[in-house]
Ligand binder design. Structure first.
Ligand SMILES: C[S@@+](CC[C@H](N)C(=O)[O-])C[C@H]1O[C@@H](n2cnc3c(N)ncnc32)[C@H](O)[C@@H]1O
Length: 506
């Protein structure tokens, strides 16, 4: 924490440790809540239905009281609240307020954590809307809690030990919490001062030190570099003028401008070898391929990039999704806002919007860019696989020449299986597929020669030796076509190394 900010926040969050002790004493932890609610009420609450959880928290003990306050947004009587928590502290920190004999939650405070954490965390955000179908649109300054996109980014992020990490648009501070486990220093920026206040409380309750700075995108870190930069930015495309602007969703930049700006500028804030993980949206229009659009945003030199498109929504689905997300569906003026947003997208010739992520490593070398349209299920967390992907890119860069690749040894990854596709009873398969069981779980249709070579890659013989042996076994007579086949095999090896079907031997 920077000096001035540190002093201010110690004062602002005075007593947070007492509230934390209260949560611990009540058993208000991830495991404690899961055990109290049980799987049915937990699943119902995830669907915004509170009745099963109300039934599971009727005893009035401290844990029931805290769950009812923060997770069910129910008022509790003051005596029960005083038994459960240091009420004076919770009120002075602004998470609870008293109204007559009743106490209510002012903020959402919920336990959170990675599976193996020993020190529990609590994330502070604005109270969500929509419990039991209630209709209350989110305010423009609403600070979101941990949502689907937050979880996705947390799972995409490599977690090797680093010095400095930057979280752009830190919101409730969830990415910064994760980063704090493997970074010496974590900077979180946000244009919303209110978000930074809640992130500060998240950090204070969770016993984590964060350096929180107000400002637009990368302005607060001008001239600084980081080993890791993560961002789940306000990437939503073009709510039109006149629509409610939500700070957590709308950047105010035209179309996918915020994704473009971060993709272009954030790599310049990376140390050599540093990594950026960015969630992004991109518009699909005028027949422009999504990967060309994204490629145009990125630095033209000095980075390795993997850009993955996970989903494409048509304009109507897109608008309806974000209006629903903001609690606006079914509220007054919903149809007009839907119509206005759709018209704005139409005016901009937007035919669809792609959602995905970019992983960038600063290399200082010629740019290597891979793009992948991959809407299929993946194995989370992807972070370790993405880090390995980046490492293999460097290996491929060092083995660009055919001679270098032919002299190298590679190993078939343990998770890869071979599937044969064809009619039942047929003698020969119509196709052979190499399928990964982990990470992105990609699949590659493979010809006989490639499958034979891949099967023999155990890290002992060089790629060149194996390729020659395969060609011999399959009847290549050493003529001109054979040389071309050899090059084809090397090209296949490159594709499979990039994907991680084959891994460089150490
Ligand atoms: C989708 S939320 C992400 C919050 C959190 N990092 C997470 O992963 O859940 C986007 C965040 O970006 C912030 N934000 C919006 N515009 C910004 C800007 N121009 N500069 C910095 N932060 C901004 C919002 O206030 C919000 O906290």
């Amino acid at each position: 924490m920077r000096e001035g900010a540190g002093e201010m926040s110690r004062e602002r969050y005075a007593g947070a440790d007492r509230l934390r002790d209260g949560f611990l004493a009540a058993g208000y932890t991830v495991d404690g809540v899961a055990a109290r609610l049980g799987p049915v009420a937990t699943a119902a609450l995830a669907r915004h239905e509170t009745v099963p959880a109300r039934r599971a928290t009727a005893s009035g003990d401290p844990l029931d009281t805290v769950v009812r306050l923060f997770l069910l947004q129910l008022p509790v009587d003051q005596k029960a609240a005083t038994r459960a928590l240091p009420l004076d502290v919770a009120v002075s920190l602004g998470v609870l307020y008293a109204d007559g004999d009743e106490v209510h939650a002012r903020l959402d405070v919920r336990p959170y954590g990675e599976d193996d954490i020993t020190e529990p965390w609590w994330v502070v955000s604005d109270l969500g809307t929509g419990l039991d179908g209630s209709r209350r649109p989110l305010t423009a300054e609403h600070v979101l809690g941990v949502g689907g996109a937050s979880t996705m980014l947390a799972q995409l992020t490599p977690r090797s030990a680093v010095g400095r990490t930057l979280d752009v648009g830190t919101g409730c501070g969830v990415q910064a919490l994760h980063a704090g486990r493997h970074s010496d220093h974590v900077v979180g920026t946000d244009v919303s001062v209110r978000a930074l206040q809640l992130a500060g409380l998240t950090a204070a309750l969770s016993g984590v030190r964060l350096d929180l700075r107000p400002g637009d995108l990368l302005d607060p870190v001008r001239g600084e570099t980081f080993d890791l930069v993560v961002s789940n930015p306000p990437f939503v495309v073009g709510a039109p003028a006149g629509a409610t602007r939500h700070t957590n969703r709308d950047s105010g930049l035209p179309l996918d401008g915020v994704s473009a700006r971060l993709a272009g500028a954030a790599p310049h804030h990376l140390t050599d070898g540093g990594t950026l993980v960015l969630l992004a949206n991109w518009v699909l229009r005028d027949g422009e391929p999504w990967d060309e659009r994204v490629a145009g945003w990125l630095p033209t030199h000095g980075v390795d990039v993997l850009a993955v498109q996970r989903e494409v929504l048509d304009p109507a689905e897109y608008v309806a999704t974000w209006l629903r997300d903001a609690g606006e569906r079914g509220t007054a003026g919903y149809l007009e806002r839907y119509d206005g947003w759709l018209a704005a997208l139409e005016g901009d010739r937007v035919e669809g919007v792609g959602f995905g992520f970019l992983v960038v490593r600063r290399t200082g070398a010629e740019r290597r860019l891979a793009t992948l349209d991959w809407p299929h299920p993946v194995e989370q967390p992807l972070g370790p696989h993405l880090a390995a992907w980046l490492d293999r890119q460097r290996w491929l860069a060092a083995h660009q020449a055919d001679d270098a690749l032919a002299a190298a040894t590679v190993t078939l990854a343990a998770d890869v299986v071979q599937e044969q596709v064809g009619s039942p009873g047929a003698e020969d398969p119509e196709a052979v597929v190499l399928r990964q069981q982990v990470g992105l779980r990609r699949a590659f249709a493979s010809d006989t020669a490639t499958a034979a070579l891949v099967g023999a890659c155990d890290g002992r013989l060089t790629v060149g030796t194996l390729a020659a042996a395969v060609r011999q076994v399959l009847g290549d007579d050493g003529g001109g076509d054979g040389a071309e086949e050899g090059r084809d095999l090397l090209a296949q090896v490159r594709v499979l190394v990039e994907a991680g079907v084959l891994t460089p031997s150490v």
